[in-house]
Design a protein around this ligand. Structure first.
Ligand SMILES: Cc1cc2nc3c(=O)[nH]c(=O)nc-3n(C[C@H](O)[C@H](O)[C@H](O)COP(=O)(O)OP(=O)(O)OC[C@H]3O[C@@H](n4cnc5c(N)ncnc54)[C@H](O)[C@@H]3O)c2cc1C
Length: 375
């Protein structure tokens, strides 16, 4: 965690000091000071290459910063993970042959004007695949008219831009997946309350409704899907970043609980060492995923490695949080909301896509030699 805090202070100076003394419940509520502090520290440009005015941080340092943010405020961790995921995908696009020329202006604007980018893929339909968009786009003069609803959508109140999956009319009369880049103040965009849980409420994961929102042709991306995997190269890179970011957020949140338990010094040395082992193992798995990204070769096999790591982290965090809370004891649980809050948060990595159940067959098939399909 010291390495995480060092990376955070180096890349986002002032963020941790600004939030260090704010009580957790305040940071975890909508309208808390986290997102403002993130903006002020230059957070939106963390992944934007230096050539476009950002910090150009590599994956290992981003994983560490994300872990530090997850420990400061899990809600801020989730919200900024969604932003960084969108930016990582745009940065990958700038470097690819599919780039239209507009993307570099966008990422430059994100860093310069400290813009926040939401990632709107979920549509509140249980069991729907991550890439299974029902929000529809129909051809209109100059582009597409987009209609539908996205929920939960983190950053729904603070976002400046939205990246949203949509169902597009395909060349053969069918439908294909598109990703729309939409300014958040476009006519036709409204928000509705959706997130009722008291946990992670500071991530602003409410509903975003799109009614006849005009998206110009050049801001509608069409991923080219690779046979057998359901993913194109950019989506593969995006997924790897996403799993890395969310695993890091929740590792940081549980590390905060673990540090409290170690500081309290209660229980046997064996119990305390077990907490250290689980959290350090989760850190090692996420940092290994980050090193894979930094090595530059991200394809289908690497996605499988990173997803497997994420599911392993998911289990380690539950074990670590349970043990840490038990060591802290009933008085700590009863006299502050922090233990209960972090215990609940330690479960939530399981709620990010793709779910372990949905991917089980695909992971087994990949283990037997097939490309990894993401459902
Ligand atoms: C804090 C937080 C913030 C979020 N923010 C965003 C955001 O900003 N943008 C966004 O797009 N989304 C966001 N999400 C939503 C997330 O992406 C998921 O879409 C959502 O949580 C899925 O919920 P679900 O109930 O449909 O789960 P499902 O994925 O449907 O899973 C429910 C259960 O069914 C099982 N299951 C599902 N499919 C299958 C299958 N094919 N085979 C076998 N079993 C299966 C799963 O294993 C699981 O046990 C956020 C979620 C959280 C927790």
């Amino acid at each position: 965690m010291d390495r995480a805090r060092e990376a955070c202070e180096e890349l986002l100076p002032g963020l941790a000091p600004a939030l260090a003394d704010v009580p957790l419940p305040e940071l975890e509520s909508p309208g808390g000071p986290g997102l403002d502090a993130f903006r002020k520290s230059g957070g939106p440009g963390l992944l934007v290459p230096a050539a476009y005015g950002g910090a150009g941080a590599g994956a290992l340092r981003v994983a560490r910063v994300t872990r530090a943010i997850g420990a400061l405020s899990p809600s801020l961790g989730v919200a900024t993970a969604m932003h960084n995921f969108s930016v990582a995908s745009l940065v990958a696009l700038v470097a690819s042959a599919d780039a239209s020329g507009l993307e570099w202006m966008l990422i430059e604007g994100i860093a310069r004007d400290r813009l926040l980018v939401a990632s709107a893929f979920a549509e509140g339909r249980a069991g729907a695949g991550t890439l299974d968009a029902a929000v529809s786009a129909r051809a209109a003069e100059g582009g597409y008219l987009v209609n539908g609803s996205k929920k939960p959508c983190s950053l729904s109140r603070s976002m400046n831009l939205i990246t949203a999956s949509v169902s597009l009319p395909g060349a053969d009369g069918g439908r294909e997946l598109g990703v729309a880049l939409v300014p958040a103040d476009s006519p036709g965009i409204t928000r509705r309350p959706f997130w009722n849980a008291p946990f992670l409420a500071g991530a602003e994961s409410d509903e975003v409704v799109l009614e006849d929102v005009l998206v110009p042709e050049e801001l509608m991306l069409r991923p080219q899907v690779e046979l057998g995997t359901g993913l194109d190269t950019l989506q593969t890179v995006g997924f790897v970043w996403f799993e890395l970011l969310v695993s890091s957020v929740y590792t940081g949140a549980v590390a905060r609980l673990a540090e409290s338990a170690l500081d309290a010094g209660r229980g046997s040395a064996t119990d305390r060492a077990a907490v250290v082992t689980s959290v350090e193992a989760a850190i090692a798995l996420t940092e290994n995923a980050a090193r894979i990204v930094d090595e530059g070769q991200v394809g289908n096999d690497e996605l499988a490695t990173v997803l497997t790591a994420r599911y392993a982290v998911q289990e380690l965090l539950v074990t670590a949080a349970d043990r840490a809370a038990e060591l802290l004891g009933g008085l700590a649980f009863a006299t502050s909301v922090d233990t209960g809050h972090l215990l609940a948060v330690s479960r939530a990595l399981a709620f990010h896509p793709p779910s372990r159940g949905a991917m089980a067959d695909s992971l087994l098939e990949h283990h037997a030699g097939a490309p990894l399909r993401v459902v």
